[in-house]
Design a protein around this ligand. Structure first.
Ligand code: T4K
Length: 405
């Protein structure tokens, strides 16, 4: 018998982490109509330009170059900034941060993180600097800013370039300044699962005029006008359809933040007083997008393991996700290249086993969250029985909906 049947609390249809915020459909469709009328579908079209201007205005940077996705955005920025050799990045990130470097023939060096903010730990960064290091790429995980000042000081001290993977952090701020203006460049993702989305999309933002010009060229095969190619470029262009989606998403940004913020408050209420389970807090004195509801499961006090809790949630149609399990250093090709990396990443190793991300966004209501809280309470109340039935750990690639019968 499935646990879901026992509790009677299962959702009739799945609640996903990363469910896109669609925005105002009539505005989206009107833009699609315009696009069809103009018969201008890609290559630096009017929607892309408008999207770039609005992102630049919102982040207070001089240049925004829209890109087809953040992974290509990272690759282009890395190449345009002449980054080579070794680059220090957190092991606790989405694999794209490392792949973008590897794809450009640059070696990612995995660094440990702060246990509270989940962003790069400056002391660990400093220890990893070698004569081959050319740059640091911090990641604003969950929209929480990296220790920007400390990383800037380290970069200056060692003559390194500093960039930020800001895939999670559009709409967030650090010390009152919008994410986007820090380091040499910052890279946003506007993927479907992100706070503001273009279905697929990204952007490099920078205050460096020369870098912005190179990125623009590289995004379009290196063309500087008709028939004139002056760089090795790629195709990193954003389509008009993606920009139409992005503009519509920008239009409803305040509504999305509001929904996310209400959901965050509802989760904090629903998960109060649960043994070993806590919702990671946002600094509410800064602008936030509240796009990620992150649970920390303390293995010393929670009666179920993190993976058992995820199994309970999945059995009730709440498709919670482990992030970024098992850590980039344990994914190929990095696992084979650095088989001992985990030995110097104690915090990352701990965090990848503790974190669960829960559904939020405009598709989830505070009422749903109350029910998710009841499901978790139900699971914890029956921990003795469930521990006998559920595997303690699900390996990477394993399924959370097996073994319930
Ligand atoms: N740096 C960081 C720190 C990042 O997190 C990311 C991307 C990047 C760089 C690179 O940005 P992009 O190149 O993607 O612009 C997803 C996303 O594909 C990825 O964009 C995101 N981070 C990453 C954290 O998550 P998967 O493999 O987990 O996606 P998937 O297919 O499992 O979908 C996630 C959830 O969203 C599911 O529960 C289903 C739901 N979903 C997804 C899509 C696309 C929907 O309900 N509707 C949808 O249309 O990677």
């Amino acid at each position: 018998m499935m646990v879901a049947c026992l509790s009677g609390l299962a959702f009739p249809s799945a609640l996903h982490v990363g469910r896109p915020n669609i925005g105002d459909r009539s505005r989206l469709l009107a833009r699609v109509e315009d696009m069809c009328e103009r018969a201008w579908l890609s290559n630096d079209g009017p929607f892309v330009r408008e999207f770039e201007q609005r992102v630049a205005d919102l982040t207070g940077v001089r240049h925004c170059v829209a890109i087809c996705n953040a992974t290509i955005g990272l690759e282009i920025a890395i190449r345009a900034a002449d980054i080579a050799g070794e680059v220090i990045i957190p092991a606790y990130t989405f694999v794209a941060t490392a792949h973008a470097l590897q794809w450009q023939g640059v070696t990612p060096v995995f660094c440990d993180i702060d246990p509270v903010t989940h962003t790069l730990d400056p002391a660990s960064v400093e220890r990893l600097v070698t004569p081959r290091t050319s740059a640091i790429i911090g990641v604003h995980v969950w929209g929480q800013p990296c220790p920007v000042e400390e990383l800037t000081a380290i970069a200056h001290r060692h003559g390194l370039k500093l960039m930020f993977d800001a895939a999670h952090a559009f709409g967030c701020a650090h010390r009152g300044n919008p994410i986007g203006g820090f380091g040499l460049a910052e890279i946003f993702s506007f993927h479907a699962t992100k706070f503001v989305n273009c279905a697929e999309g990204g952007a490099v933002v920078t205050n460096d005029d020369e870098l912005a010009a190179r990125i623009r060229l590289m995004r379009n095969f290196g063309f500087a006008g008709y028939d004139n190619v002056i760089y090795v470029g790629t195709n990193g262009k954003m389509s008009e359809l993606s920009a139409a989606m992005g503009l519509t998403s920008l239009d409803c940004m305040p509504h999305i933040v509001q929904a996310n913020r209400e959901n965050y408050a509802a989760y904090r209420q629903a998960f109060r007083d649960l043994p070993g389970v806590s919702v990671i807090r946002y600094d509410e004195t800064e602008a936030q997008n509240y796009q990620y509801i992150v649970l920390d499961i303390d293995p010393t006090t929670c009666p179920l393991t993190r993976d058992q809790l995820v199994q309970v949630l999945h059995s009730h149609n709440v498709l919670a996700r482990r992030y970024f399990f098992p850590g980039v250093h344990r994914m190929e090709p990095y696992r084979s290249s650095y088989p001992d990396a985990h030995l110097v990443l104690p915090v990352t190793e701990d965090v990848v086993r503790r974190v669960v991300v829960l559904p939020t966004g405009t598709a989830v209501s505070p009422r749903d969250i109350e029910q998710i809280g009841q499901i978790v309470r139900w699971g914890l109340d029956r921990a003795g029985e469930l521990r006998q039935r559920l595997p303690e750990c699900i390996p990477p690639g394993g399924r959370f909906d097996e073994g319930w019968a």
